[in-house]
Design a protein around this ligand. Structure first.
Ligand code: GLC
Length: 457
């Protein structure tokens, strides 16, 4: 057994986390020299590709046990002093430890232990998306529509739909609240959270109880929010040649309801790189949007999930994939996929990351290349009818990942170097490859990720 897929499977098997005699997760990295202690945890977001592989291999129990455990762990979250009790997020990660009496104990991280104390907003959204995937493959509605699961679904919707100080239909979050879990100027309304929010709402709509009055009200509210969110993201986040030109000539400082430049984006804020870089007939959803703020950086996962879940309309989806095609060396390069483009350098890096040495230009979150994104790339490419790109990405990644021992990330403009502080034996680098392989071999397996809870327009 010496091919990349068999080797990836060996890593997946070795990464399994056991609790009370059952497999309940996979640890993030098997690298004994990992730079941070929590790489030995099972991360909710890292488990998603593991879980999808287990589902497609008929090992449904593992996914059910993971989903049930994470749901239970949510109730363990301690309240922050001085806050009123509010609906709770799901943990970023957990691990099973043996106490002095030899009993198993679960230790969780809700952001209270995480480096930088970042809030894992994405966990609950991934949980919902995986719950629907589990139902789709196993048909086990006894679990997915049980009172506990449905209570979990309602709690997630309550926390996401709660009103705060909002003006926009998008979800407002602090910095580092998703896969990019360090300070990176991704507070506010980052695209990845909006794509996940969209997917999670669609997932939840499938699971709510139509007979229950409380659920009916949440159902109605979720549908309205989905309408608003879709329209807003497709319009305001979208950037192509035509729109860039319009922003370039925007009038500013216009008060009232009818301004084309509602967010008061100053044309002076368009970075130099964009206009030369964006080919005609392509486009993408910008990384973030707020008052007087358009973050023009290209974030891959947010764009890919927008394509996959149909937050982007079909034409936008086609153009996003065309951008990957035409800017391949920037966005995929020698190790698909670039996490964000371009990197921040100089003062921008200093001010936006807090001089983070792990996030120096073209490294880690700041423009590094992440194999864990491969499955989302392949799924989005197939969904948009670009099998050629799916194969190209898979075939580029497979031999290198295997030869290099499953690194967590790569550095450099084109992802040529193994990441300076990268782990080896990173589980989601391996599971992303297995999953990509499965999607390409049999595209009907993509159905595992289909969301039927909301009819897109
Ligand atoms: C890092 C990544 C995060 C990932 C975790 C475990 O913190 O930034 O996205 O979930 O490692 O692999």
């Amino acid at each position: 057994m010496t091919d990349p897929i068999s080797s990836a499977y060996r890593l997946l098997e070795a990464s399994q986390v056991h609790y009370q005699g059952r497999v309940v997760g996979t640890i993030a990295s098997l690298d004994a020299h990992a730079p941070a202690e929590n790489y030995a945890d099972c991360f909710v977001r890292d488990f998603v590709p593991s879980g999808l592989v287990f589902l497609l291999d008929g090992r449904h129990d593992i996914v059910r046990d993971f989903l049930a455990l994470v749901l239970k762990l949510r109730d363990q979250q301690e309240e922050v002093e001085g806050h009123r009790a509010v609906a709770k997020v799901m943990p970023a990660s957990f691990r099973v430890l043996c106490n002095e009496a030899g009993e198993e104990e679960i230790h969780t991280d809700f952001g209270d232990r995480a480096i930088g104390r970042v809030a894992p907003v994405d966990s609950m959204m991934w949980w919902l998306i995986l719950l629907v995937a589990y139902e789709r493959v196993s048909g086990d509605t006894a679990f997915t529509r049980s009172p506990e699961c449905r209570r979990g679904v309602r709690m997630i919707l309550n926390i996401c739909l709660q009103d705060r100080f909002e003006i926009f239909p998008t979800l407002l979050v602090p910095d580092g609240s998703f896969m990019i879990d360090r300070r990176m100027g991704v507070y506010g309304h980052p695209l990845e959270i909006q794509s996940l929010f969209f997917g999670a709402l669609r997932a939840a709509l499938e699971l709510l109880d139509p007979e229950d009055t409380e659920s009916q009200a949440i159902h109605q509210q979720s549908c309205k929010r989905l309408d608003q969110l879709t329209e807003y993201v497709r319009h305001y986040y979208w950037l192509d040649e035509d729109r860039l030109n319009r922003i370039h000539r925007y009038r500013t400082e216009i008060f009232g309801h009818d301004s084309e430049n509602a967010l008061n984006i100053h044309p002076e804020s368009i970075p130099d790189w964009v206009s030369d870089w964006l080919p005609p007939e392509t486009g993408y959803l910008v990384g973030n949007l707020g008052p007087g703020r358009m973050d023009f950086r290209f974030f891959s996962l947010g764009n890919l999930l927008a394509v996959l879940f149909d937050l982007a309309d079909p034409e936008q989806g086609r153009r996003i994939m065309a951008l990957f095609d035409q800017r391949w060396s920037d966005l995929a390069g020698m190790m698909p996929v670039k996490i964000c483009f371009p990197a921040m350098e100089g003062d921008e890096w200093r001010l936006m990351t807090g001089s983070d040495p792990k996030n120096i230009p073209w490294s880690y979150h700041n423009g590094g290349n992440w194999p864990a994104l491969l499955w989302a790339f392949v799924a989005a490419a197939l969904h948009a009818g670009r099998e050629d790109l799916a194969r190209r990405a898979h075939d580029t990644a497979a031999p290198r990942l295997y030869a290099n021992g499953w690194p967590e990330y790569y550095d450099g403009r084109n992802g040529r170097l193994i990441g300076r502080r990268s782990n080896f034996n990173q589980t989601w680098s391996a599971t992303a490859l297995i999953l990509s392989h499965k999607f390409i071999e049999d595209p009907s397996t993509l159905d595992v990720l289909s969301l039927k809870g909301y009819e897109k327009r």
